[in-house]
Design a protein around this ligand. Structure first.
Ligand SMILES: [Zn+2]
Length: 324
């Protein structure tokens, strides 16, 4: 990838030339200078909240690590290919890699998404006639203290499902998401991308929604019909459009910061649980997504010319990264 986004997307807002930036007490913030880097403040602000949650718990060493996470951001000033204006590109930062650190979880998701956008077109090229399904599998909400057992049971059920004769996917990617119910319960569910044979929609192998529910119910060995959603990617459309939904996060940030006890418990319950799993013929393409990315910066082309660096420091009280 020639141009890795350091922010949320591919927006390439220009920034002021370094000469026009004052370095006084009212130093400009990162978000003022670079639209695409605005999310930094939100994620680092939530990291402070999460660190507070960890204070005084058995995870106090996580609190310390998160406190040191991404305090200083080193950006390069790089001329934009399109208009020649300078834009910011993240060059260096120290990340704590604590699983539920909002900054690290955001960076991880960016790296995974970039990887998927890079690899999925290759798969489409190798399997041009195959079709794609997006399947969401749920179970009833559970107590947060029962999350681990519930996820283990769902994993087992997934195994049974994928081994059924009728299971149509030749390859798949599955991600786990847990949301917080209003009553403090946990709602675990799987988002799955399935690659099916070209004949899936025409032949006998087509599976109606009600049949999917039946298959998932049997795999779970339960007596109620679980909520399940299945959607086809239209012919001619690409599975890439599903990447944001598939590779976002395990637990969304607003749920991480909402309630301390819930958060501490989810840390206990999700310890060492894998959030992304791949299988079948897609494994060889996408197995990197099962691991923590080595690189959380995305600065993969150092040869590019830059016109200097700008440094931003996190100002906790102002909840903002300021130019140093
Ligand atoms: Zn971190």
């Amino acid at each position: 990838m020639s141009d890795f986004p350091s922010g949320d997307g591919s927006v390439t807002n220009s920034v002021a030339k370094p000469s026009s930036i004052s370095n006084g007490t009212n130093a400009p913030s990162l978000g003022d200078l670079s639209e695409k880097d605005k999310p930094w403040d939100k994620h680092r602000g939530n990291a402070d909240k999460v660190s507070n949650h960890y204070q005084g718990s058995e995870f106090r060493q996580y609190a310390q690590r998160i406190d040191f996470c991404s305090q200083l951001l080193d950006f390069r000033l790089v001329p934009d290919e399109a208009d020649g204006l300078l834009k910011l590109k993240l060059s260096a930062a120290r990340f704590c890699r604590v699983r539920h650190c909002p900054v690290c979880q955001w960076r991880r998701s960016l790296m995974w998404k970039a990887k998927a956008y890079q690899v999925l077109p290759k798969i489409v090229k190798d399997f041009p006639k195959h079709r794609w399904l997006f399947l969401t599998l749920t179970v009833r909400n559970c107590e947060i203290t029962e999350l681990k057992g519930t996820l283990q049971w769902m994993n087992k059920a997934w195994q049974r499902l994928s081994q059924l004769k009728a299971f149509p996917a030749e390859g798949w990617l599955r991600s786990t998401e847990v949301t917080r119910g209003k009553d403090g319960s946990a709602h675990p569910h799987f988002h799955c991308l399935l690659m099916v044979k070209p004949i899936y929609f025409s032949g006998k192998s087509y599976i109606k929604q009600a049949e999917w529910v039946e298959m998932w119910r049997k795999s779970l060995r339960i007596d109620y019909n679980p909520i399940l959603d299945v959607q086809a990617v239209k012919r001619g459309q690409q599975p890439m459009q599903l990447v944001p939904e598939l590779l976002k996060y395990c637990v969304k940030e607003s749920d991480l910061v909402a309630d301390r006890e819930w958060f501490l418990e989810i840390t206990r319950q999700m310890h060492k649980m894998k959030c992304v799993v791949t299988g079948g013929v897609l494994k060889q393409y996408l197995k990197d997504l099962e691991r923590e990315p080595d690189d959380l910066i995305g600065s993969d082309n150092f040869a590019e010319v830059d016109e200097g660096h700008l440094y931003f420091g996190w100002k906790k009280k102002e909840k903002s990264y300021k130019l140093l």
